[in-house]
Design a protein. Structure first.
Length: 277
């Protein structure tokens, strides 16, 4: 998986999908520096460690650079991911042509759902093998567990983005709403200025940082390290697919109910009215 840069709003869609694996920076930092030295604006989004790496690489502040990090669960193994894709193809009896970590399809009500495209069709899968191993911490880098120094309210980026956990508890009037909401934390004055005009195009509400930490504790607290990691990788290196099958459940393919199909065709303003009832 590669970090990529785009120019212009029309080219942003490829950047908007969830990716639960480390991206290879390659020449991205050099490209950003060249862009900034020409006096052009740039936005960099990545994990906190990547943002900190960019700042150290640049060695100076640039007025036209906006940085965004995210509340990071940790980085999974690319090697395990590649083998999990093979296992998904085996269970579906068809080669995987494309994969999305977390689909944004409105017809699907599950919070975590991967979209898999094969020659036989498109499948929506609840908790596929990679997701299961990722959430159990079995395949995370050692530096992403107890040793990560970036789980702190002092963030390296101007903005931090994440899922809005605890939505119904923070905003009771939105209880039952199936729309996905996001959290934006302003860490710097530059971040505050960047979000000042968002209310013109987005539905915004403010809430306290303590609630961000309460419902999304990885913002400021260490993730736990898996006690099974060393055993898993020892077995995996000897027999990849067998180890994946031993440590995961079979695929659960999601079917659309009539209710979710109808909701997928409703405009956003009507969904908001339904959420308030």
């Amino acid at each position: 998986m590669h970090h990529i840069g785009v120019v212009g709003f029309r080219n942003i869609p490829p950047l908007c999908k969830s990716k639960y694996m480390a991206s290879s920076i390659e020449n991205t930092f050099i490209e950003i520096r060249t862009h900034l030295q020409k006096g052009k604006k740039a936005v960099f989004c990545g994990c906190p460690c990547q943002v900190d790496g960019l700042r150290k690489f640049l060695r100076k502040e640039y007025e036209h650079l906006l940085t965004i990090d995210l509340i990071c669960h940790g980085q999974g193994s690319p090697l395990v991911f590649a083998e999990c894709i093979k296992e998904i193809g085996t269970q579906l009896d068809s080669e995987v042509l494309a994969y999305e970590f977390r689909t944004k399809r409105r017809m699907i009500e599950e919070e975590y759902m991967s979209k898999v495209s094969t020659a036989n069709g498109i499948y929506y899968i609840v908790s596929d093998p990679y997701q299961q191993l990722f959430l159990k911490q079995d395949i995370l880098r050692p530096s992403c567990g107890d040793n990560c120094k970036y789980r702190d309210i002092r963030r390296p980026a101007d903005l931090t983005i994440a899922d809005c956990k605890g939505l119904a508890e923070i905003f009771p009037d939105l209880k039952g709403c199936k729309r996905n909401y996001s959290t934006i934390v302003c860490n710097t004055r530059k971040g505050e200025m960047a979000t000042a005009n968002l209310s013109k195009t987005m539905y915004l509400r403010t809430y306290h940082l303590d609630d961000v930490i309460k419902y999304n504790p990885l913002f400021a607290h260490q993730t736990w390290s898996s006690q099974n990691r060393d055993t898993f990788f020892r077995d995996f290196l000897a027999s990849p697919l067998e180890t994946i099958r031993k440590n995961t459940r079979p695929l659960q393919i999601k079917r659309n109910s009539l209710r979710t199909i109808i909701k997928s065709y409703l405009p956003f303003w009507m969904l908001r009215l339904l959420c308030k009832r």
